[in-house]
Write a protein of this length. Structure first.
Length: 320
């Protein structure tokens, strides 16, 4: 699948052409999955292009890298500038921004921590995903593949290797005609989608798996909880059973790419009346306004991106 992408990829301080953004086949990350990354969105807003919750994403990147002994050779401020610069020159909006921390130079051996740690930032055009922003609703399958326990594979880090689990669950759900998988943990509690957190609404209360659930602490999850509290809703973070999920009034996914996506069916079970519920609709509407810079109450969540510096065309010698 050929994706629309930014013209340049930021690699260790240099903006290189998209086609030149390559790593060696004997790189450590390619073999062992020891890398960490982020998924961030850029949106058009009335103030120009802006990046949603950049600081929170980059802090999570730092935390994930810490878990996996990947010392990022850039400060938070340097990474912030690098993302803004890459978005600015990309020419792509709405965008999906993918910073990745990896060991790309030849260096086999599982315990090898010697290789150079690199940061790259690529950008693709954000495409429709899980009926993005739509009211139609997603059909999800409870995956037969369970979410591993964090004492084996820390789910709180956004690490490359974690996505083996999401991949096998997602491909299985898709092959069965579903849009997405919902993974349970090894105790049977609801964990998350392959790239989303899960929310449910029952009797007007908003619930989502919280510690000690096996989940990535989503930035969108955090945004939804803030929106929910600002709406005056009771918001509960705790272990969630499968029964609670299947009998909920409303269910939705949250994620940077998926945004807020209503779920209308889980396996053979219809959720609520099979249509987007009123609380999901309210949160979805508010979320979309916020990311597009239309709600000043959440303005601090958006980082403006300056237009690319105008590069003057070369002046012919004869006119110098
Ligand atoms: C496994 C997993 N869970 C949850 C999420 C949602 O996190 P966020 O809202 O930060 O995108 C993601 C996406 O990054 C993910 O990959």
């Amino acid at each position: 699948m050929e994706l629309e992408h930014g013209a340049k990829v930021w690699m260790d301080g240099t903006l290189v052409d998209y086609a030149a953004a390559q790593v060696h086949v004997l790189g450590h990350t390619l073999h062992y999955g020891v890398g960490v990354f982020e998924g961030i969105r850029g949106y058009p807003t009335p103030m120009g292009p802006a990046i949603f919750r950049l600081n929170e994403h980059l802090k999570r990147l730092q935390a994930s890298a810490h878990v996996y002994h990947l010392p990022i050779p850039y400060t938070l401020e340097e990474m912030t500038r690098a993302v803004i610069e890459t978005q600015s020159v990309s020419g792509v909006l709405p965008s999906y921004i993918r910073p990745i921390v990896y060991r790309g130079e030849p260096g086999l051996g599982v315990k090898n921590t010697k290789g150079k740690v690199s940061l790259a930032i690529g950008i693709i055009a954000a495409a429709k995903y899980l009926g993005e922003g739509s009211e139609a609703g997603v059909r999800a399958k409870i995956s037969p593949f369970r979410k591993p326990r964090s004492d084996g594979l820390p789910s709180f880090a956004k690490a490359n290797g974690n996505y083996l689990n999401g991949y096998i669950a997602g491909v299985d759900a898709q092959a069965d005609g579903y849009d997405e998988a919902i993974l349970l943990d090894t105790n049977g509690y609801v964990a998350e989608g392959t790239g989303e957190n899960v929310f449910l609404v029952r009797d007007g209360v908003l619930y989502t798996p919280g510690p000690p659930s096996e989940i990535l602490m989503g930035v969108t999850r955090d945004s939804v909880l803030r929106i929910g509290r600002d709406l005056g809703l009771e918001c509960v973070e705790r272990l969630i059973s499968l029964g609670e999920l299947l009998t909920a009034d409303e269910v939705f996914f949250s994620g940077t790419y998926a945004e807020v996506a209503p779920v209308r069916e889980i396996g053979r079970h219809q959720i609520g009346d099979g249509r987007i519920g009123p609380i999901t609709r309210e949160i979805l509407t508010r979320y979309m306004r916020i990311v597009h810079g239309e709600d000043p109450n959440y303005g601090e969540w958006l980082t403006p991106v300056p237009a690319p510096a105008k590069i003057s065309p070369p002046v012919p010698r004869s006119r110098r």
